[in-house]
Design a binder for this molecule. Structure first.
Ligand SMILES: C[S@@+](CC[C@H](N)C(=O)[O-])C[C@H]1O[C@@H](n2cnc3c(N)ncnc32)[C@H](O)[C@@H]1O
Length: 242
């Protein structure tokens, strides 16, 4: 195969039976090659306590192939918990890739909200916002650069920080952006991320969050939980009064 024929997305089977894909643009897989579904559950759904929350509101950077979304849907549906999932994505993968990665059943692919989302997914590119709702689960995907998006202040019970790695996608891990992300957490909200790099920990701490290191998903020594104080005062976006 010549360089020009390299597929933009190559679907990969991972050891837990779930799939992810390799992004030619970033030179990296969207999810863990050691178990994409295992990482989604361990780092994001359980790592943020979403699996215990009676009515989670999840904010994600970025939506990617929807592996974290489906894992969260599967958990909420099994518990009968209403869920609002709000994700940002500036480079939506083709619907066929989302479908191929998800398969037919299990891991949220059999929930009607996944079918609704696939039906509404843009054919090419993506602008504005997609919103679908089915069986108690609402999904909002904003097709925009999250760096310049208006983020809802004090909204999220959980924040999934799931950009490509800091070396490949550094702009979503900067102290400035992480501080903006912290402002979207509700009091007691939890940010989860698979990166335990020192500069990520320091950025989360500087943003006023209490950072905890936990054993990582398969293939990773550690992952992070960063918690907004329960008494944290929510401020409107742009409010800089001391
Ligand atoms: C590691 S993948 C996310 C995998 C995804 N969470 C999943 O469950 O399949 C990172 C995603 O973040 C998106 N992304 C990176 N930087 C972004 C930005 N500044 N604004 C919006 N999306 C961004 C990429 O296009 C990519 O889809």
């Amino acid at each position: 195969m010549t360089r020009d024929e390299t597929p933009a997305f190559a679907v990969l089977l991972t050891p837990d039976g779930s799939r992810t894909a390799h992004s030619a643009r970033y030179g990296e897989a969207y999810g863990s090659r050691h178990g994409a579904a295992a990482q989604a559950r361990h780092v994001f759904v359980e790592g943020t306590g979403t699996h215990d929350h009676p009515a989670p509101r999840v904010l994600e950077v970025g939506f990617g192939l929807g592996v974290n979304f489906r894992a969260t849907v599967a958990d909420a549906a099994a518990r009968g918990a209403p869920l609002h999932y709000r994700a940002y994505e500036f480079d939506p993968a083709p619907r066929a890739v989302l479908r191929a990665v998800a398969g037919e059943d299990g891991q949220g692919a059999d929930h009607p909200v996944w079918a609704a989302l696939l039906a509404a997914w843009p054919e090419e590119g993506g602008r504005g916002e997609l919103e679908v709702e089915a069986a108690g689960i609402r999904a909002t995907v904003t097709f925009a650069d999250v760096l310049s998006a208006d983020l809802p202040p004090g909204w999220a019970t959980a924040l999934y920080l799931d950009g490509f790695s800091p070396s490949r996608n550094p702009e979503v891990w900067t102290p400035d952006f992480v501080t903006r992300l912290a402002g979207t957490l509700a009091p007691g909200g939890v940010l989860g991320t698979y990166s335990a790099a020192g500069h990520v920990r320091r950025a989360l701490t500087a943003a006023g969050l209490r950072v905890e290191r936990h054993p990582g998903a398969p293939g990773k020594r550690e992952c992070l939980r960063a918690i907004q104080a329960a008494g944290h005062e929510v401020r409107a976006a742009g409010d800089t009064t001391p």
